[in-house]
Design a protein around this ligand. Sequence first.
Ligand code: PMP
Length: 355
Amino acid sequence: MNRIYNFSAGPSCLPLPVLERAGREIACYGQAGMSVMEMSHRGKDFIPIAEAAEAKLRCLLGIPQNYKVLFLQGGASMQFAAVPLNLLPETGSADYIDSGNFAHLAMEEAQRFGHVRCAASSREENYVKIPEITGLDKNAAYLHITGNNTIYGTRYIEWPESDCLVCDLSSSILSEPIDVSKFGLIYAGAQKNMAPAGLTVVIVREDLLGRARPGCPAMLDYAVQAKAGSMYNTPPCWAIYMLLLVLEWLEGLGGLAAMKKLNQAKAAVLYDAIDQSKVFSSKVEKRFRSLMNVPFMLEDDEQNKRFIKEAAANGMVQLAGHRSVGGMRASIYNAMPREGVEKLAEFMKDFERTL
Ligand code: PMP
């Protein structure tokens, strides 16, 4: 087996022990005599998988009893619409913080459904920081934020206060402990830190259920999905099973506090390499640096291209930065081993010597 280091922003690398176990179980799960991919989602073999995935997620994240966990489809982008359809009354207003491309898309999508206010934005500065929030609308139905900005490599260091804080945690969920009770709703696409693409996790406070607009499609209505135990229709069974394996892997590592330490140590290796270099730089304001996505660049774009190409030749792939930022971006989610980050940092030093 010749696995390379995959720094993709998502879908991204999964823990090797998880992939190996899924491989062993792929044709025949337990005593079921069939693959998880072939099972009825309402059958006796799959139900315990879905229940265990929810129970372990609740345990790892410390999700309080008055929150529902939903296993949905449609990606985080579908939640950009589901959130206002459920939480923004036709005559009401919602506050959005514009801290990156996906935050902006979420805000634009919500504008299709009602009155939305941009409460703070760092768009003019090409999102190198989380914008300062100076005034929030006390009557806003909710405040929407993006916890970690995947493209720009920034993250909140403090959660804003709101009775109904809605957070897109797609690119940092399960990377560190969080206090779920500070949020009204959290959503995340699975394909970075949780499972393969196809699963979207929603964690929603119960008092926010049952507020969907009359025209809201049943599939997007949180109350409908909660009542049906996320089985209003066929859920993404395979991705839920993979989530269970990832959660077991996380438990084995010691949970989210242990994961956070590993992530901090990994990120430090890379940020130190950037800070000590005379040629690599990062535009992100230091205090907002993400632990998950690390953009960095060389002055000359030809050199960036050469770096990406030579890194790939050395077994480190998907390092190109997003087109709106340029340069490089290393996504170092939970499953990226420390060795991968160390190898990248060493490669940066070697590359610098060639300039
Ligand atoms: N929000 C964030 C923070 C993301 O990083 C992404 C995807 N990279 C999205 C939303 C969109 O997710 P999806 O593709 O699951 O719709």
